[in-house]
Design a protein around this ligand. Structure first.
Ligand code: SF4
Ligand code: SF4
Length: 394
């Protein structure tokens, strides 16, 4: 195996970016499975097809998710890859680790796995790539001892994730880290025991900049916003103007709803509050002069996902404004009602957005008990979900 060449993979080390091939080569010095992985991958590029197959269910005691079974379809050629399972670790909010915690994970993984890790996977988990079935329970036990838990996989709640929020960002309209942590702890059963038609992802972004990409990548996006009006500091507006900023061109003209008016003589900015769609553009451009409003909370969007049964969807607003305080009871209650409806109506491998798409938003809203409001826009600014029950039309 050692003297085999990997010309296709070597190509991927060219260029200025870090290369996963280089990292696998480093792991291959210490680990036989990582060495075989290089050659399996090379074979995949030559054959133009992957050499992994789905096998039986693997996991740890009491959990239905958190481990993804991986098996090579050429185990005779690559015996160390006959089983090469992936372990997902539920990451801390916004990925804040202490170095000693990271060392603990690395030590466990070097001892019991391939040493290859991915920080972080698409859902937000820390991903440990490649171990055998017999090592799964010891890995889980040692991770638990170190204070970590497995993340979600399969048809369950996937590990919730969030943007860095108030830890480092002045735009945060709520505490994304706390919300993510609280919701994760509340829904442990949903996270560890697959019981739904398919997966369900929750992502928390502190404002409409949506650094967690929640609108596109989560079934439920919790995106920070405000109910009142943006706050403008006119002194700072003047400073921006005096320093040469073209406020009309760079800010007002790019406001998507033309909600801003700039008085060139007085160097003052005004907002038509009811026209502001809370897009964050002006705040991003003039962060010292414009701030989110004071009555802060979040919008809840539902249905974002990549192509599966239907094409890719962005999330739709289902609650324009919700306060995110205390123990998040309002959000938790809403999630429970949504899941109950989806559990009864969803088909296997159908994401919540697809179930709503198939059955209809009006039925979903009335059965889950969510009032229809004009902010529920299907395609932004073209097709609002406005409906009335028949008795109200008579
Ligand atoms: Fe800051 Fe908003 Fe990005 Fe969160 S989504 S990190 S609050 S800019
Ligand atoms: Fe316009 Fe967006 Fe600023 Fe609102 S937040 S005033 S919509 S640029």
């Amino acid at each position: 195996m050692t003297d085999k060449k990997t010309p296709q993979l070597d190509e991927l080390e060219n260029g200025k970016w870090p290369s996963f091939v280089t990292e696998i080569k480093k792991a291959a010095v210490k680990n036989e499975a990582s060495k075989e992985l290089l050659h399996l991958l090379e074979k995949s590029y030559v054959d133009k097809r992957g050499h992994w197959k789905h096998g039986g269910i693997v996991g740890v005691k009491g959990y239905g998710g958190g481990v993804i079974g991986r098996y090579s379809d050429v185990p005779e050629e690559f015996p160390h890859l006959a089983a090469f399972h992936t372990v997902r670790i539920n990451a801390p909010s916004a990925w804040f680790y202490k170095t000693d915690s990271l060392r603990k994970i690395c030590d466990i993984w070097e001892k019991r796995g391939s040493g290859l890790m991915n920080f972080h996977g698409a859902t937000g988990d820390a991903i440990l790539l490649g171990t055998v079935t017999d090592e799964l329970q010891p890995i889980f036990d040692e991770l638990s001892e170190a204070g970590f838990d497995l993340g979600g996989s399969g048809s369950d709640l996937r590990s919730p994730s969030c943007c860095v929020g108030p830890a480092r960002c002045e735009h945060a309209c709520y505490d994304t880290l706390d919300a993510c942590y609280n919701i994760t702890n509340e829904f442990q059963d949903e996270l560890h025991r697959p019981m739904w038609p398919y997966k369900f992802k929750i992502k928390f972004s502190g404002c409409a900049n949506d650094c967690a990409a929640a609108i596109a990548r989560s079934d439920c996006a919790v995106i920070g916003t405000w109910r009142d009006t943006i706050v403008i500091n006119q002194e700072e507006v003047k400073t921006y103007a005096d320093n040469g900023m073209d406020i009309q061109a760079e800010v007002c003209d790019l406001c998507p709803t033309h909600a801003l008016k700039f008085d060139h003589n007085k160097k003052e900015l005004a907002v038509i509050s009811e026209d502001c769609s809370r897009c964050m553009h002006c705040i991003n451009e003039m962060p010292k002069a414009i701030f989110p409003g004071k009555e802060r909370g979040a919008s809840i969007l539902l249905g974002g996902k990549s192509t599966i049964v239907q094409s890719a969807f962005m999330g739709w607003v289902i609650v324009p404004f919700i306060k995110l305080e205390g123990d998040y009871e309002e959000l938790k209650d809403l999630l429970r009602r949504i899941w109950e409806w989806w559990d009864e109506n969803g088909k296997t491998r159908e994401r919540i957005g697809e179930t709503i798409y198939r059955i209809g938003m009006s039925k979903f809203l009335s059965e889950v008990g969510i009032p229809a409001v004009p902010q529920m826009v299907f395609r932004p600014r073209s097709n609002p979900y406005v409906f009335w029950p028949e008795e109200e039309l008579k």
